[in-house]
Ligand binder design. Structure first.
Ligand SMILES: Nc1nc2c(ncn2[C@@H]2O[C@H](COP(=O)(O)OP(=O)(O)OP(=O)(O)O)[C@@H](O)[C@H]2O)c(=O)[nH]1
Ligand SMILES: [Mg+2]
Length: 308
């Protein structure tokens, strides 16, 4: 973690940052911070490269995860500064060891005081159980409120050929994908990360239009939480040691996980309650129906017996 700290671009953060004019402009309110999230190999780094129009993140097909640690890169879009944070495999179902907390802590430091947009990347036509885990992990890592800042990115858009992405998303029978799309306010976009020239520019325009809508919906505010605040203080003032900061990271993630469980169990108990109520109505209905239909005095007596 100490090594990661040394690599942090000091000029990107806070008032105490030292750097060129161009660098300090980066903290101005008009800059846009984006974090790439999603399962391993879905095209996060390639998406970052498309957005920045430069091959800044290592991206290739591999059996093992290619991106090994968080990396930040900057660029411009229509005169606006953008900062993109690429992430390693912190959205997988694997055990959460110290390295995972180091990566999460690093990601928070690179994107503090918080991202405007979380780009949740998935390969078009391949939304699997690992993607569902990734959605869950995004909530655990950033908090459930972060879903308000999610845009789903479908990579490999070229596989649609002449088909429409809206039709694909509207007609999919993948329930997890449908509920994700609902949950993030139907904000999604397709990208062909192999595209160049005019095609690349056009698809970026579309993505930025979706981002623009997200910003309007959120009154231009970025997503933040207590841990982003801690990260900013740590980065700027150095008021705690790396160990203390990492302990805060771990405690915050544990709490977010716990909160998610509580929300989940609230939802489950409500659903159970509803089912119970429905069953009661059905029982009463069958009871009355049988009573009315039956001409047999013995059955009528039997049906009435609990009330007598
Ligand atoms: N044809 C095509 N290939 C893509 C597209 N997006 C990504 N790829 C390819 O998919 C492979 C994996 O992409 P990466 O960007 O490395 O994926 P990642 O999510 O960063 O992977 P990790 O860092 O290993 O988690 C690379 O070979 C990319 O060239 C796309 O839109 N179209
Ligand atoms: Mg990568």
């Amino acid at each position: 973690f100490q090594k990661r700290m040394e690599e942090l671009p000091k000029s990107s953060y806070g008032a105490k940052a030292e750097g060129s004019v161009e660098d300090t402009q980066f903290v101005s309110s008009s800059s846009l911070r984006l974090i790439l999230v999603g399962k391993s190999g879905c095209g996060k780094s390639a998406t970052g490269n498309s957005i920045l129009c430069q091959p800044v993140f290592e991206s290739r097909l591999a059996a093992q995860a290619v991106t090994r640690k968080c990396k930040v890169a900057k660029g411009m879009w229509n005169g606006r500064n953008i900062l993109v944070v690429d992430t390693p495999s912190i959205f997988e179902a694997k055990a959460q060891d110290q390295e995972m907390y180091d990566d999460i802590g690093h990601c928070y430091l690179l994107s503090a005081p918080g991202p405007h947009v979380l780009l949740l990347v998935t390969q078009l036509g391949h939304f699997t159980a690992q993607d569902t885990v990734a959605v869950r992990r995004v909530k655990e890592v950033f908090g459930e409120g972060a879903m308000k800042h999610v845009v789903v990115i479908f990579t490999h858009k070229e596989d649609l050929e002449d088909g429409s992405l809206d039709e694909y998303v509207g007609n999919t029978d993948n329930h997890s994908l449908r509920s994700l799309i609902q949950e993030c306010g139907k904000r999604y976009c397709g990208l062909n990360n192999q595209a160049t020239g005019e095609e690349q520019r056009e698809q970026l325009e579309k993505l930025m239009a979706v981002v623009g809508k997200l910003e309007r919906d959120n009154q231009s505010s970025f997503y933040t939480n207590d841990l982003f605040h801690d990260a900013e203080m740590f980065r700027r003032d150095g008021d705690s040691t790396p160990e203390e900061y990492l302990a805060k990271v771990q405690a915050h993630i544990e709490k977010q996980k716990q909160d998610l469980k509580v929300t989940g169990s609230h939802w489950a108990s409500k659903a159970l309650h509803r089912v119970k109520n429905h069953s009661l109505y059905i029982y009463i209905y069958i009871y009355i129906y049988m009573y009315c239909c039956s001409e047999d005095i013995y059955i009528n007596k039997l049906l009435l017996s609990p009330f007598i």
